[in-house]
Design a protein around this ligand. Structure first.
Ligand SMILES: [Fe+2]
Length: 209
């Protein structure tokens, strides 16, 4: 059985630098009827657990350490007994939410994860945060970009732990170089494709952070 992609939207808040905003987050699941990998379980552990069902969870991957992407991961991990993975450059953001808990695995560029017979490659895409990653699933023709690349532009870089030139370099060198037909599943809002975003790069650079 081949792997498939599932999706649930959860709602909550994002807080950083003294501000708090209402947000809807995309939680992505890659797997089959037996096992599943979950990306950014946020806000509502019950909703995520409902989509997981009775399947084995192989990994809980955080695309970055912003609280709206990691605030349900510990509860889900405890319920299903799965490891939590996040890039070490987001340690400060992780610790702000979970001061008494370490993730199980610190991710690095080029690491590969397998679930349901398909491979996901960790692509380091810093800029939105220092430790932001994307997950590329070549056999599925999909990349999960967290808050690095949305439909219509890069993720926000106006707050702490962000850097606009770095996110542009990540997008240009690591994401827009993927096959144009690659589906881009984002951390918030609609899905897009690499080919749809490529022509906009110069506009984003002109527009700035
Ligand atoms: Fe974010």
């Amino acid at each position: 059985m081949s792997a498939r992609i599932e999706h649930v939207v959860t709602s909550g808040t994002f807080s950083l630098d003294g501000g708090t905003w209402d947000v809807d987050n995309n939680v992505w699941l890659v797997g089959d009827d037996c096992e599943v990998l979950v990306i950014d379980p946020s806000h509502n552990a019950e909703a995520v657990l409902g989509v997981i069902g009775d399947r084995v969870v192989t990994a809980l991957v955080c695309t970055h350490g912003h609280d709206d992407h990691i605030n349900a991961v510990a509860e889900v991990a405890d319920k299903v007994g799965a490891p939590i993975l996040i890039h070490s450059a987001d340690r400060a953001l992780w610790t702000a939410v979970y001061p008494d808990r370490e993730p199980d695995v610190w991710l690095t560029d080029g690491a590969t994860l397998t679930v349901a017979g398909t491979t996901l490659e960790v692509i380091s895409t810093p800029g939105h945060t220092y430790g932001a990653i994307s997950l590329y699933a070549p056999e599925l023709g999909a990349v999960f970009t967290g808050d690095t690349l949305f439909q219509g532009g890069p993720g926000a870089t106006g707050r702490s732990y962000s850097h606009f030139p770095t996110i542009i370099e990540s997008i240009r060198e690591r994401l827009l170089t993927l096959p144009p037909e690659t589906t881009v599943h984002t951390g918030h809002g609609p899905t897009t494709t690499i080919g749809a975003e490529v022509p906009q790069l110069d506009d984003w650079i002109r527009r700035g952070a």
